[in-house]
Design a binder for this molecule. Structure first.
Ligand code: GLN
Length: 190
């Protein structure tokens, strides 16, 4: 099993460090040939407008959509979540648009652009996960096939739709491996 981490921009190194700690092989995905050898993809946090433009420039967007149609799982954190959304409120920026959700970028407002909180995560009912929110989006709408995995302050902050997982927060910036382990378990089913 090899996990690709999209490495066009953003905190891909932290995702790779998390995967290494769990003992899973990973590689950086920057071009089409990198994508061919991976079993799943992580889209990191960063700047969704930049990552979206680069996805188009390197023709990775089409290739990723094709792989997802064939069952490849994706986990998107923060900017990664934004890129997975079909609808980005008030924006026409390039995206993958694979999940039946709408998102609001930078939804927690300027004065608290970044914060941490313990948040419930449905797949880990034993104790909450530490949510690191950095200029984070919220999920404002979900379609029928979308499972809500986490809500914080009345806002949806984690969802799953089939093989696609997305969180508004950054588990890769904590010591808690459980969200990544949950994603890796999704690979078993495909
Ligand atoms: N605010 C960023 C965006 O809209 C996302 C921030 C992040 O990934 N931590 O793309």
């Amino acid at each position: 099993m090899k996990i690709g981490v999209l490495a066009l921009q953003g905190d891909f190194a932290e995702h790779r460090a998390m995967l290494a700690r769990i003992g899973v092989e990973s590689c950086e995905v920057r071009k089409l040939s990198d994508l061919e050898s991976v079993d799943a993809l992580i889209i990191p946090g960063g700047e969704s407008t930049t990552i979206g433009k680069l996805l188009t420039r390197y023709e990775l967007d089409k290739a990723i959509r094709t792989r997802v149609e064939r069952g490849m799982p994706i986990y998107g954190t923060c900017a990664g979540l934004i890129l997975l959304a079909q609808e980005i409120e008030g924006s026409t920026q390039p995206r993958l648009g694979l999940m039946d959700i709408a998102v609001v970028r930078n939804a927690f407002g300027r004065q608290i652009e970044s914060f941490e909180a313990d948040i419930p995560f449905k797949p880990t009912p034993e104790r909450p996960v530490r949510g690191v929110f950095i200029r984070a989006p919220i999920i404002s709408k979900v379609g029928n096939g979308v499972e809500v995995l986490s809500e914080f302050d009345g806002n949806i902050v984690a969802v799953r739709q089939g093989n696609l997982l997305a969180t508004a927060f950054h588990p890769e910036l904590t010591d808690d491996e459980r969200v990544h382990r949950y994603f890796l378990n999704m690979l078993q089913g495909c």
